[in-house]
Design a binder for this molecule. Structure first.
Ligand code: ATP
Ligand code: MG
Length: 750
């Protein structure tokens, strides 16, 4: 799953190798003051992921040091999110408030060491005394309080003798430190407020900078991973732990870049404003970037984890295009979900020459390129409904659907032609009288009639009325600044869409592709069989792939509409013929063929690589994913590698010299060094190990080292197979041929 090692993995591996840490312990430390969002998902992915990758563990810790904003509802939402994403925390959920007594002891210890004091200046004076970036700060007159005085004052603070804000406890560090954060940071403040767990037991609360490092230490955390805005707080983190001279090992802090996504907001404060102001229906409104919202919209946990993996872990903040998230869920659902028909804006069609009363047509739930099976019966009758959009009385050029002159195919059914229009007094079409061709049934068509497209439809008497909720971006601005940027059309509710009956009666799945409309999810809260409700997860069109087009295409001839998987897209004739070549000659799947055909840079790259190595599917894969990502990030001029190198790389995969996993590592090398892939593989000894004897002995070693897991596996915990595979792969530095590892393990674990 990993693309290549990120900087955190490199650090962790080094620390394990050097013996600095025997076990990797991380934590995910949210403040329970709001529902988690997809930025938190990234932090969850990193913290739990690293622990899982290196056989350590990750704690879930509520950072509950601010009594006025926190609540158990949020604790539950955080637990739900972690579990739903597929992770397990170690032991019980932890709370910083569990450590209040210990943290208080450490504060007293610092006072006794004369490394902390009670300050009593007001906020404004404190700010003035702190100085500026270019000017050193000055000591408050209270900084010279004696240890005895400080102990007494701190005790009185703790007993509740003072008002909020009257005094604070500060670390005594350096008022002229270049890092402003080190100018005697606050460690405790007075807050007379009811805490959701400790009630009124405390009226002083530790500040983040004091509580966090100590909580990490108390829990035995080895790597405390946080976001970049805490970079300057790292000095305090180290100062507290070093000054207290705690027994080793102690935790160290590492920072990574926050995830930002355009067209949305990602701060709990701003999300709270939307929820409390009723701009959305709640924390789980499908338009929000909260985990609860994405989940209700229909996102799968796998797609979110994949997204977090693909955006990577960097040291510089950046903005990710929301289209990339949409791309991931589309990619996840495309090979999985049933295709069904739902008409959102129904227009009645009466088939006048239909003699029988009704019949049932067999239709597969899945297209040919989805490796799943299942069919349903589609009722067909004299009265059907089609999408209003799929008929044009005065069609523009290139309109391929039903018109007074042009017949169309009903998907999985017959070809129909329009005979007569019925309009109301406003001239709006209320019904189409049509005829059908009895010999044109899909799959056994002998009619000889040519049509240019197939449209979705439902039968009039058997279709079910359903509510469909169409979601668009919550904000109309790419970088929203406030409520004024909200998109007024972010939700459209269609009360009387019509769906084919099997979707409701058979429920082949919870998620569907509504043909030609997009992916939809049965709303987990409001759905009932009497009143089905579906949420739109994402449309079919890959707007991200389109955006990846580097430069505007030159000398474009006129675009025309082409159908791909039932979706109508605009393509120039050149793109269309490329697409046909990729689909038919090279057997690429339609998504990949579409991406390549519509992007001149990618298709040029692909064609050059293909000239060196005829391995279309594997080349297309790496080019539409990894290469496309590099072009998107740095532009094609900045690429250090050539199509020939990519072909050489894929050649080694094809002839099993290296595994796919190693190929990705080598790719990352080529990206930065531009080196020859064959040389990289040779010089680093990355050649895949396929020898069953060598792999067998590694498996034996792993099994011997993990008797407990072996026992659990044999007792029925089959999930542990993944663990063993991972261990063996790790033991070989990812070089073992995974197929052979799997086969041999299956034999040996028996
Ligand atoms: P927000 O600003 O959205 O309220 P926060 O940082 O205050 O977020 P916390 O509850 O303190 O939220 O965060 C818990 C953990 O999640 C922290 O380690 C934090 O660094 C991380 N985190 C929060 N937002 C993001 C993000 N956008 N990308 C990556 N990690 C994040
Ligand atoms: Mg915060």
């Amino acid at each position: 799953m990993k693309q290549s090692k990120n900087f955190l993995q490199t650090i962790v591996e080094k620390d394990l190798e050097s013996g600095k840490n025997r076990e990797i312990v991380t934590r995910f430390p949210p403040e329970p003051n709001g529902f988690p969002h997809i930025g938190h998902a990234k932090s969850i992915f990193i913290n739990f992921g690293i622990a899982r990758d290196y056989n350590g563990h990750c704690n879930l810790r509520m950072d509950d040091t601010n009594p006025t904003k926190e609540d158990t509802t949020y604790v539950e939402a955080l637990k739900d999110a972690v579990t739903w994403l597929g992770y397990e925390w170690e032991g019980n959920v932890r709370f910083t408030s569990d450590y209040f007594a210990q943290i208080h002891e450490y504060a007293i210890k610092l006072i006794k060491m004369d490394r902390a004091y009670v300050d009593s200046v007001d906020e404004e004076e404190m700010r003035e005394l702190r100085g500026t970036v270019t000017e050193a700060g000055k000591h408050s007159k209270y900084a010279s309080r004696t240890i005895e005085e400080n102990l007494e004052m701190f005790e009185r603070m703790c007993k509740g003798e003072f008002q909020d804000g009257e005094h604070v406890l500060r670390a005594k560090i350096d008022m002229s430190a270049a890092n402003m954060k080190m100018r005697d940071p606050l460690m405790y403040r007075i807050r007379h407020a009811e805490h959701f767990r400790t009630g009124s037991e405390w009226c002083i609360y530790p500040m983040y900078d004091f509580a966090h490092c100590l909580s990490d230490y108390i829990e035995g955390v080895s790597h405390s991973i946080c976001t970049l805005e805490f970079e300057n707080n790292r000095d305090i983190y180290n100062w507290v732990l070093d000054t207290l001279e705690l027994n080793p090992p102690r935790p160290y802090q590492y920072e990574f870049a926050r995830l930002g996504i355009n067209y949305t907001v990602m701060s709990k404060r701003k999300l709270l404003e939307l929820v409390e102001g009723n701009y959305v229906s709640g924390w789980d409104d499908p338009r929000l970037p909260t985990i609860a919202g994405l989940r209700r919209k229909g996102y799968t946990p796998e797609s979110i984890v994949t997204f977090c993996d693909q955006v990577g872990i960097a040291k510089a903040n950046s903005m990710v295009d929301v289209a990339q998230l949409e791309f991931t869920i589309r990619d996840d659902l495309n090979p999985k979900v049933p295709r069904v028909m739902c008409v959102l804006d129904p227009l009645k069609v009466t088939i006048e020459n239909y003699e029988g009363s009704s019949e049932e047509l067999d239709a597969s739930y899945y297209p040919d390129d989805v490796p799943r099976e299942g069919t349903r019966k589609l009722p067909f009758s004299r009265e059907i409904y089609i999408e209003r959009d799929d008929f044009e009385e005065n069609p523009p050029k290139g309109y391929f659907r039903l018109t007074p002159e042009q017949p169309v195919r009903l998907k999985h059914g017959y070809i129909i032609a329009c005979k007569e229009l019925i309009k109301d007094s406003d001239g709006k079409i209320t019904e189409i009288k049509a005829e059908y061709y009895p010999t044109s049934q899909s799959g056994s068509d002998t009619s000889g009639i040519k049509v240019k497209s197939a449209i979705h439809w439902v039968s009039g008497d058997k279709a079910k009325k359903v509510e469909v909720r169409l979601y668009d971006r919550l904000y109309s601005s790419e970088m929203p600044e406030g409520i004024e940027d909200l998109n007024p059309n972010s939700l459209q509710v269609i009360k009387d869409a019509l769906i084919e009956p099997a979707v409701v009666t058979e429920k082949p799945d919870e998620r569907f592709q509504f043909e030609r409309q997009g992916y939809f999810f049965a709303d987990p809260i409001d759905y009932t069989d009497e009143k089905p409700v579906y949420n739109k997860i994402v449309g079919l069109k890959d707007s991200w792939a389109k955006k990846r087009k580097a430069a505007p295409q030159k000398a474009q001839t006129k675009e025309k509409k082409v159908q791909i998987d039932g979706e109508v897209v605009a393509m120039t004739p050149e793109q269309e013929s490329l697409f046909a070549r990729y689909r038919e000659m090279l057997k690429l799947n339609s998504e990949v063929a579409n991406t390549l055909a519509r992007d001149v840079d990618l298709s040029a790259f692909f064609e050059e690589a293909l000239a060196v190595l005829h391995s279309p599917v594997n080349l297309a894969n790496i080019i539409t994913n990894e290469v496309a990502r590099e072009i998107k990030q740095s532009g094609k001029e900045a690429l250090k590698f050539t199509p020939k190198q990519i072909a050489e790389l894929i050649k080694m995969v094809d002839d099993t010299t290296i595994s796919n996993k190693i190929a990705k590592q080598v790719f990352e090398e080529i990206v930065t060094s531009g080196e020859n892939p064959v040389k990289i593989v040779e010089s680093k000894g990355l050649v895949q190990i396929s020898d069953p004897e060598i792999i067998g002995s590694m498996i034996d070693a792993v099994i011997e080292k993990n008797p407990d897991n072996l026992e659990k596996f044999r007792a029925g915990n089959k999930k542990l197979l993944g663990f063993f595979v991972g261990q063996v792969l790790k033991a070989t530095g990812g070089k073992a041929n995974p197929k052979i590892v799997n086969q041999l393990l299956a034999q040996k674990l028996g």
